[in-house]
Structures are given as structure tokens and as C-alpha cells.
Ligand binder design. Structure first.
Ligand SMILES: NC(=O)C1=CN([C@@H]2O[C@H](COP(=O)(O)OP(=O)(O)OC[C@H]3O[C@@H](n4cnc5c(N)ncnc54)[C@H](OP(=O)(O)O)[C@@H]3O)[C@@H](O)[C@H]2O)C=CC1
Ligand SMILES: O=C(CO)COP(=O)(O)O
Length: 340
């Protein structure tokens, strides 16, 4: 039994805390809202983020970051990308020994263009980091709490830390693989949200399965094109954190990115969509970051550019789709030519 703390009591932080608590670990879940920590401790529920889910009584919550930071030697960061820097800055004040950090957030920081593990290394003193592992894959919180079979990947350049995280989380319903390609796992997990927004828009416009299959397949091509340029292994994109997460996010009604895209496709304005969602829609900020990355690395990313135009330049979604279809002729495998 290990002592593990999870920072961030939204859907994913809570679902992962349940996995850890039910695996027999002493898991403490930190919420930045005292009322939510009280609800978890006394009602054994988190109605805003996982309605109807009964939390194990062994799962404890706190709103004290000091208590959380001194609970054990493993910290799972489960706040949205936008909150990672702030939480790292605040928690490091209380940490007293090297910590194995696990992050589960799927995004890229706009402007700095940093991946989450890079942001964490910028904010946390090196002597406080035992290792940083990214845990990612096709895994909607709503299905994890129902104990439906789920597979994810724990990635770290130093595979012993990925294996430690595999041991912590793995059980009969939650299968964890390991990988050493941190760049590929982080890029795949972050950029699939852009394509999921696009798939939602396509469905909202009333287009069918042909269009969605096209978005998933050509979306993967542009994610891999950028990712490999950034140093990822191309094989990672055919794994759980690449095509696996793309499939689940583009096809599931649980996906906040798909749902947000669907409302955009039906004509709702972005601000109204985000207000209505009430949960994080990572793909919006990541579209901005990926658009910047594609320019920086001079990698064509037509679907990302179309999404950028819809989200930030008020281009009508139908016109954006027409423009994607009207692009110049291409060979499907042109990316492979570079490697032949
Ligand atoms: N939900 C899922 O199925 C999965 C999510 N992920 C990823 O996990 C990350 C977290 O997502 P998820 O849990 O779903 O998001 P939610 O929107 O469900 O919850 C976010 C939680 O983080 C809290 N929070 C936001 N900003 C801060 C901050 N600065 N400091 C402290 N707490 C903060 C929110 O608090 P408040 O209530 O006050 O807003 C809320 O409790 C995302 O990057 C997402 O892509 C990955 C796999 C699956
Ligand atoms: O990453 C996820 C599933 O793997 C969750 O996706 P959403 O953030 O779109 O709900």
C-alpha cells in the first residue's frame, strides 16, 4: 500500500482517486474548494463532476495544500493544463522530499508551446523531482467509475518510474501499459482534443460517418507529422495515446471536446458553449498552441488551421469544411516519402 495524493478534484482526478483507493492505496484527493472536500469526506460524492457515483469511504479529501504535499511520495497532477503552473508553484512550497510526479492533463501551453512535463520541470526545483510520468490514453472518467475495461499508457524516459505508476494504477478493469516516448504520448493526448472538436462540429453540421472517419485518419496524420518533427516516435501514434484516444474522443458522447464541437456545429457561439459545458474543454487552448507549433516547425496541419479559423477568427464551420475539401490535390502517403 502506497500513500498517493491527487491534486485536482474534477472528473478525472476523482475517477483516478477511486482507482487508487480501490487498489488499496492510501489516497488523498486535494480540491481547491473546501465545500467540495467536505462533500467528498461526508457525502462520499462529487456530484458536480461525477453525478451518481458513490466514492469509497477509504478515499479522503482535503482542501489544505500543505496536508496534500506532505501526504506521501507520489503526487498525481489532475488539474487542467491552464492550472498546472499555479498548482506546481503553490505545492512546491510544502514539499519536503523528492516526489514521483504523475501528470494526467492533456494540453499544450499556448505561447510558451511547452508540453505539460516541460512546464512542470520549469516550475518544480530539480531536487524535488524523483521522476515525472505521464499517464494518458482512451479513458473517459464516466466509464472508469463504472469499471468498464479501460487501457492507458504510463510514459517516462526512465522506464522504472513508468513501471511504478503501472503498479499503482493497474487492476482487472484498468490496464496500464508502459512506454518511454514521453513526447509522443503528450502530443497525442493533447492534440486529439483538436480533432475531437472537429468531429463534434462535423456531427453538429449533420455530416456523417465518412466525414468523421476522414477527420480521425487525416487528424492522426497531422498529429504524427508534428509530433515526429518534435522528436516523438511515429509508432507511438498508432498506440493507445494516439489512434486509441482519437477514436474514443471523436466518437464518445462523454467527450467534452466532442460535445463542445457539436454545439459549435449547431451554430452556438464559442463563449456560450464554454459557459454551458461547466468543465474543461482542453481542445480550445490546444488549438491555439498547435496552430503556433505548426508555424514554428513549418509543419502543415490543415485540420488544426481550420479549427483555429472557426474558434478564433469567426469563420463559419461549414465554410471551414468546404475550404478543407477544396485544398490542392495530395498523395495520401506524402508524409511517408520523407522516410523512404
Ligand atoms: N475527464 C476525463 O475523462 C479525462 C480528463 N483528462 C484530462 O485531465 C485534466 C483534468 O480534467 P478533468 O478532471 O476532466 O476536468 P474537470 O473540468 O472535470 O475538472 C477540473 C478540476 O480542476 C479544478 N481546477 C481548475 N483549475 C484549478 C487550479 N488552478 N487549481 C486547482 N484546481 C483547479 C476544478 O475546480 P473548480 O470546480 O473550482 O473549477 C475542477 O475540480 C484535463 O487536462 C483533461 O484533458 C484525461 C483523461 C480523461
Ligand atoms: O481525454 C479524454 C478521454 O481519453 C477525455 O476527453 P474530453 O476532455 O474531451 O472529455
Amino acid at each position: 500500500m502506497e500513500k498517493v495524493v491527487v491534486l485536482g478534484a474534477g472528473s478525472w482526478g476523482t475517477a483516478l482517486s477511486i482507482v487508487l483507493a480501490e487498489n488499496g492505496h492510501n489516497c488523498l484527493l486535494w480540491s481547491h474548494r473546501e465545500d467540495q472536500a467536505n462533500e467528498i469526506n461526508h457525502q462520499h460524492s462529487n456530484e458536480k463532476y461525477l453525478p451518481g457515483t458513490v466514492l469509497p469511504t477509504s478515499l479522503k479529501a482535503t482542501s489544505s495544500l500543505k496536508e496534500a504535499a506532505t501526504h506521501g511520495k507520489t503526487i498525481v497532477m489532475a488539474v487542467p493544463t491552464k492550472g498546472i503552473r499555479e498548482v506546481c508553484r503553490n505545492v512546491k512550497e510544502w514539499i519536503q522530499e523528492p516526489i514521483l510526479f504523475v501528470h494526467v492533463s492533456k494540453g499544450i501551453e499556448p505561447d510558451s508551446l511547452k508540453r505539460i512535463s516541460e512546464v512542470m520541470r520549469e516550475e518544480l526545483p530539480v531536487h524535488l523531482i524523483e521522476g515525472i510520468v505521464v499517464l494518458s490514453g482512451p479513458s473517459h472518467a464516466e466509464e472508469v467509475v463504472l469499471k468498464h475495461p479501460t487501457t492507458v499508457t504510463a510514459a517516462c524516459e526512465d522506464i522504472q518510474y513508468a513501471e511504478k505508476v503501472q503498479d499503482l494504477f493497474m487492476n482487472g478493469n484498468f490496464r496500464v501499459y508502459t512506454n518511454s516516448d514521453v513526447i509522443g504520448v503528450e502530443i497525442g493526448g493533447a492534440l486529439k482534443n483538436i480533432i475531437a472538436l472537429g468531429a463534434g462540429i462535423s456531427d453538429g453540421l449533420g455530416y456523417g460517418d465518412n466525414a468523421k472517419a476522414a477527420l480521425i485518419t487525416r487528424g492522426l496524420a497531422e498529429i504524427a507529422r508534428l509530433g515526429t518533427k518534435m522528436g516523438a516516435k511515429s509508432s507511438t501514434f498508432s498506440g493507445l495515446t494516439g489512434i486509441g484516444d482519437l477514436i474514443v474522443t471523436c466518437t464518445s458522447v462523454h467527450s467534452r471536446n466532442w460535445r463542445a464541437g457539436n454545439l459549435l456545429g449547431k451554430g452556438m457561439k464559442l463563449d456560450d458553449v464554454l459557459n454551458q459545458m461547466g468543465m474543461v474543454v482542453e481542445g480550445v487552448r490546444t488549438t491555439k498552441a498547435a496552430h503556433q507549433l505548426s508555424k514554428f516547425h513549418e509543419v502543415p496541419m490543415p485540420i488544426t488551421s481550420a479549427l483555429y479559423a472557426v474558434l478564433f477568427e469567426q469563420v463559419d464551420p461549414k465554410i471551414a469544411v468546404d475550404q478543407l475539401m477544396d485544398r490542392v490535390k495530395k498523395h495520401e502517403m506524402e508524409d511517408l516519402f520523407e522516410y523512404l
